[in-house]
Unconditional design. Structure first.
Length: 348
């Protein structure tokens, strides 16, 4: 017969922790349940005793008392991309810090059926709340029509902040990038956009377009990439062949790297001939040649906000608040005033 520890034995282990730390069992319980009304000195003593005795709190018993599992569900798509992957890191770290475990369901596609299946799986697994990282239009449309019975937070790039989502103001980020290039004196700004269907692509495209329209500047047709360096390189060859282009806002740093590489291969200098601004501020962007001017979004903060938002709803039973992460412009070496060595006119 398999051995199961009795409630008395579990209680004895907590007693041992309390005795070693010189506190009551109630204080130990407060520490393991992350209550605030414990002084840092007492919390440290209890945590040292827990580590020395290798005490393991019993989550099943805890769930029976609190009617919570302290487990958050995550539905994800697009983890190969910088933003979603970093948001997931923030979620897992913040959940752990808050005393929650996480259950991840990664989707290969985001139609209504697989998304519904993922949500049903997590609800059946008795999660206390769910966070959806699926930053494409199809996922947003699908999740808006679904009910889960537990608090649900959606990461929504470029969102107009509303209840139940964590947004990133990527429209403003794109406007900052475009404004920087216009302020340098460029006659217009070209754009290499991300793929259709991605919320971030649409937000960055809209921010670029609106900034040009606000200044009544010539609005070029955007080029379309697929987030990869290879697609940036292909676009860079087109840019190199058009001497009227002096400034380009690229929808992510990986494509910007490809653009810079193609321009270099064609003998077009950055920033002397063409200025480039990226988006995301990947860790490597400071080491591009030249170092990339870009727009930073703190995607780890997106993940942390998602967790704090859903936990607030779990604990209070209130409507999910809205949250937003703002962009930061990062000026490096890939932009400059337009050069006379490259034609500055705009096409008719």
């Amino acid at each position: 017969m398999p051995y199961n520890a009795s409630d008395t034995e579990r209680s004895a282990r907590m007693i041992d922790v309390a005795r070693l730390a010189g506190v009551s069992q109630q204080t130990v319980s407060r520490v393991v349940n992350n209550h605030d009304n414990v002084t840092p000195e007492v919390r440290e003593r209890v945590e040292v005793a827990i580590r020395r005795l290798k005490y393991r709190r019993n989550r099943s018993a805890r769930a029976l008392v609190t009617r919570r599992t302290h487990n958050l569900g995550i539905v994800s798509y697009g983890l190969a991309q910088f933003g979603p992957s970093l948001a997931l890191t923030g979620i897992v770290d913040e959940a752990r810090r808050s005393g929650y475990t996480t259950s991840l369901v990664a989707l290969e596609n985001v139609g209504a059926e697989p998304l519904r299946s993922a949500l049903d799986h997590l609800v059946a697994d008795s999660v206390d709340g769910i966070i959806v990282i699926a930053p494409i239009e199809a996922a947003l449309q699908s999740v808006e029509s679904m009910s889960t019975g537990v608090p649900l937070v959606v990461f929504e790039p470029g969102a107009i902040v509303g209840s139940g989502n964590v947004g990133t103001d990527e429209i403003r980020g794109a406007a900052l990038a475009t404004r920087h290039l216009l302020d340098l004196g460029h006659a217009t700004v070209h754009h290499l956009a991300g793929p259709f269907g991605w919320l971030g692509s649409a937000a960055r495209l809209n921010g670029w377009r609106q900034e040009l329209l606000n200044d009544r500047m010539h609005l070029p047709d955007p080029m379309i990439g697929d987030w990869t360096t290879r697609s940036g390189y292909a676009a860079g060859l087109r840019i190199a062949a058009d001497s009227t282009i002096t400034a380009v806002f690229v929808a992510n740093d990986q494509m910007a790297l490809g653009v810079i590489k193609a321009l270099d291969a064609c003998g077009v200098r950055v920033p002397e001939d063409v200025s480039i601004v990226g988006f995301d501020d990947v860790p490597e962007s400071a080491f591009f040649r030249p170092a990339l001017t870009t727009v930073r979004i703190d995607f780890e903060a997106v993940g942390r906000l998602s967790v704090s938002t859903v936990i607030a709803a779990i604990l209070d039973g209130t409507e999910l608040p809205a949250a937003q992460v703002d962009p930061e412009f990062v000026h490096r070496s890939s932009t400059a005033a337009p050069s006379l060595s490259r034609r500055r006119g705009t096409p008719p």
